[in-house]
Design a protein around this ligand. Structure first.
Ligand code: MG
Length: 337
């Protein structure tokens, strides 16, 4: 197989303001893997807080010997790649995504069928409403008219004002992502109590990753809403440690090293009764349509990446009733623009 890749900067429609800072673009590396003229597309997205960069992804990809790969040995290829380093999760995800796209295209089946998934209906995807002034929030809610579900970023000093304002301008259900922003468990519980009266369905990563096990237990026991881990869980091996601390897990390809492990995480969650969300970083349709192949397995879907950028190198996912549409196209269902 032939492996090609190049850096590509995804430009955000709105500056992305989080509890941790502001940015206007996100670095990615776009990957192609070709065999006999058939191309599989992959993508690594590197929000800075995850510690990967164009340099780290490039140097990881340069180590790979794709000329030796054979698609029928996909699992073995992924294992071998994983053994090359402890981290580089997004770089590994890019290869996993491209190889699944390629394998689906070679076999003539949608990628989800490689995982035994036949369902084509996905839950409605949430659209992120970032931080901003009331005028900006009003505009973002208006722009999200095609979505049935809004994901509200909290974790700042004016959370209560912001959520109360948003609730006053729309009736759509909310997911809340606190992005580790509440450092005191009593503050977190009071906010969650308040949110529980505002048609909020769940709260993601209410407290920092370094929160003690005892505090997480207390929070889960007393929380009026389901709490989901995002930053606290990256891969399958993390699930064992947290399965009793959260009601659910946000599974993302860039954390899990790709589709194969994300699917195994769904298996684990379904077996143990953990709820699931499939989420994303700032990603183009490339990684999003790959994730969408697993979306029918999730309780919640948050795959809004392509709708937040202005220079998607692939066709935008199709939404009907706020749900990403999966059709019978072979591979991940991603088409270069
Ligand atoms: Mg999150």
């Amino acid at each position: 197989m032939i492996l090609r890749f190049e850096p590509y900067q995804l430009q955000l429609k709105h500056p992305f303001r989080l509890a941790t800072g502001t940015r206007t673009s996100t670095s990615t590396v776009q990957v192609q893997i070709e065999e006999n003229g058939i191309i599989g597309y992959g993508e690594a997205s590197m929000p800075p807080y995850l510690g990967e960069s164009i340099e780290s992804v490039t140097s990881f990809l340069l180590k790979l010997k794709s000329e030796n790969w054979q698609i029928e040995n996909l699992s073995a290829i992924l294992q071998e790649i994983d053994s090359l380093s402890e981290k580089d999760n997004a770089a590994k995800a890019a290869i996993d995504i491209a190889l699944h796209d390629l394998k689906g295209k070679i076999l003539g089946v949608p990628t989800r069928e490689l995982f035994g998934i036949t369902a084509t209906q996905t839950p409605p995807t949430a659209m992120t409403i970032g931080m901003g002034t009331e005028a900006e929030l009003r505009q973002k809610v208006a722009e999200a008219e095609n979505f049935q579900l809004l994901k509200i970023k909290l974790g700042g000093p004016d959370d209560k004002d912001k959520i109360d304002f948003l609730r006053s301008i729309t009736d759509k259900p909310f997911l809340v992502d606190a992005n580790q922003g509440w450092t005191d468990v009593e503050v977190a519980l009071r906010m969650i109590d308040h949110l529980s009266s505002l048609n909020v369905l769940m709260v993601e990563q209410p407290m920092p990753v370094n929160t003690t096990t005892e505090t997480w237990r207390l929070l889960k026991e007393k929380s009026a809403l389901p709490i989901f881990a995002d930053e606290s869980v990256k891969r399958l091996a993390d699930l064992e440690n947290v399965s009793e601390l959260f009601h659910g897990i946000n599974i993302k390809l860039m954390k899990s090293t790709g589709l194969a492990e994300a699917n195994a995480m769904f298996d684990y969650c379904h077996k143990t009764g953990l709820q699931t969300m499939i989420g994303c970083m700032t990603e183009s349709s490339c990684a999003i349509m790959a994730a969408a192949q697993l979306a029918s397995r999730a309780n919640f879907v948050d795959l809004d990446g392509p709708f937040l950028i202005s220079n998607n190198p692939f066709e935008e996912p199709q939404l009907i009733g706020g749900c990403i549409q999966l059709d019978s196209i072979a591979g991940n269902g991603v088409i270069p623009f």
